[in-house]
Design a protein around this ligand. Structure first.
Ligand SMILES: C[S@@+](CC[C@H](N)C(=O)[O-])C[C@H]1O[C@@H](n2cnc3c(N)ncnc32)[C@H](O)[C@@H]1O
Length: 104
């Protein structure tokens, strides 16, 4: 099923607050290991810039932060303001000054 942009926005406006909590079950099944493998496959180096399209709540960022280091940059893009608000909260809590969000 393909959703239109306004349907995606509506879906994530309703679910953004619960998205990370909903991931916990998958994390118990090893989801983070798969995220780390995916990031490792990118062969990023310290100082690299990485763009995470459809970043959601930036669940990929913890592995990316480690890969690009403090001199690297992470840019997350998503069309859902609600998901970006969750992402912004995590970025602030973690103090990732090299993480940036784009709405689009
Ligand atoms: C299932 S979530 C995945 C989020 C994140 N990548 C992760 O691994 O947890 C899908 C995300 O893609 C975003 N999205 C879907 N279609 C998009 C589009 N055409 N442009 C930008 N973001 C989009 C949604 O708003 C949502 O945040």
């Amino acid at each position: 099923m393909i959703l239109k942009a306004n349907e995606v926005k509506h879906l994530y406006r309703r679910t953004a607050r619960f998205y990370d909590a909903a991931l916990l079950g998958y994390q118990l099944l090893g989801l983070d290991r798969h995220r780390q493998k995916a990031v490792a496959a990118l062969a990023l180096r310290p100082g690299d810039t990485v763009v995470d399209l459809e970043c959601g709540t930036v669940a990929n960022f913890p592995a990316l932060v480690h890969a690009v280091g403090p001199t690297g940059q992470m840019i997350g893009m998503d069309l859902s303001e609600a998901m970006l608000a969750q992402a912004r909260g995590l970025i602030t809590r973690k103090g990732w000054t090299n993480a940036h969000l784009v709405h689009g």
